[in-house]
Design a binder for this molecule. Structure first.
Ligand code: C2E
Ligand code: MG
Ligand code: MG
Ligand code: MG
Length: 284
């Protein structure tokens, strides 16, 4: 009995693994197609200055309008793109498109683009960024590049040199999902960056436990000490907003302000917000 149960369980897992591998394979094939046919688009989510309520910039988040499945979530295909190397063409086209879109926005509004560690390993990231800026005419100071702590884990001289070179161009570097990655803070001394984005898991826990507030408080004071901007991700409620304000957080991003929207809606969103000048309420 036990033996056949074990065999049954094994067969079950084997089938499940197979289904998973097949679905990833399908995503890979369709994603390659989507890249080739240029159907991927950045949507833009507002970054809001918490003291003035003004939009300082937008984060570009990739969206894949799929013929059968509607908008496919990046959580589903970014991991596949990273495993298959498709993240390089995907990342390149997001960068170019984001710069072209941002150049049509007001001059004081930045655009933030996510970078995968693999793009740093490709060896030509610096020229891809330089080309995207040149081709669009976007001033480097209006481009922000989001990296994660995992990139710094490698302690690679090439990564460090690339980050310094990007900053020398005038581009800003943000540390995304801060607090979820590498536990050692020693890298903060050697890596050049301009902004820390507190991961949304800490913001989510704000109402529920005092530890989350203590963690946010210490990240804010760390940021002030380092002279970098502190942005909170995933702000959904007024209660979270007022807590983040009280802790001295500089910027916020989240559904409370706005979800990610297509570029066609960005200009009017900015115009509406500038019309009410100084008003904090950015209605989603
Ligand atoms: P991320 O860079 O940390 O982006 C923030 C994610 O949080 C976005 O999910 C955004 O829609 C979501 N979010 C924003 N505000 C809220 C909120 O108030 N509540 C909740 N629950 N979620 C909120 P999205 O667009 O699904 O992207 C997921 C991740 O996929 C991104 O996390 C990023 O790591 C990756 N990603 C997206 N676009 C790109 C890209 O062009 N290149 C690369 N390499 N990664 C990308
Ligand atoms: Mg990001
Ligand atoms: Mg993040
Ligand atoms: Mg994230």
């Amino acid at each position: 009995r036990a033996k056949s149960d074990a065999r049954g369980t094994f067969a079950f897992f084997e089938a499940a693994l197979d289904a998973k591998a097949q679905s990833r394979r399908k995503i890979e094939v369709e994603l390659r197609d989507a890249i080739q046919n240029d159907v991927l688009r950045p949507f833009y989510q507002a970054l809001v200055d918490l003291s003035s309520g003004r939009i300082t910039g937008f984060e570009a988040l990739v969206r894949w309008p799929h013929p059968e499945r509607g908008m496919v979530s990046p959580a589903e295909f970014i991991p596949v793109a990273e495993d298959t190397g498709l993240i390089n063409p995907l990342g390149g086209l997001m960068l170019r498109r984001a710069c072209l879109d941002a150049v049509t926005w007001p001059d004081d509004v930045r655009v933030a683009v996510n970078l995968s560690p693999l793009q740093f390993r490709s060896g030509n990231l610096l020229s891809i960024v330089t080309d995207a800026l040149k081709h669009s005419g976007l001033p480097p100071r209006r481009l922000e590049l989001e990296i994660t702590e995992t990139l710094l884990l490698e302690k690679s001289a090439q990564v460090l040199a690339t980050l310094h070179a990007l900053r020398a161009l005038g581009v800003r570097i943000s540390m995304d999902d801060f607090g979820t990655g590498y536990s050692s803070l020693s890298y903060l001394r050697s890596f050049p960056f301009d902004k820390i984005k507190i991961d949304q898991s800490f913001v989510r826990d704000l109402g529920a436990n005092r530890e989350a507030q203590a963690i946010i408080r210490s990240i804010v004071s760390l940021g002030k000490g380092l002279g970098v901007t502190i942005t909170a991700e995933g702000v959904e409620t007024e209660a979270e907003l007022s807590c983040l304000r009280a802790e001295g957080c500089d910027e916020g991003q989240g559904f409370l302000f706005s979800k990610a929207r297509p570029n066609a809606e960005i200009i009017s969103l900015l115009a509406a917000q500038r019309g009410i000048d100084g008003d904090t309420a950015l209605v989603a």
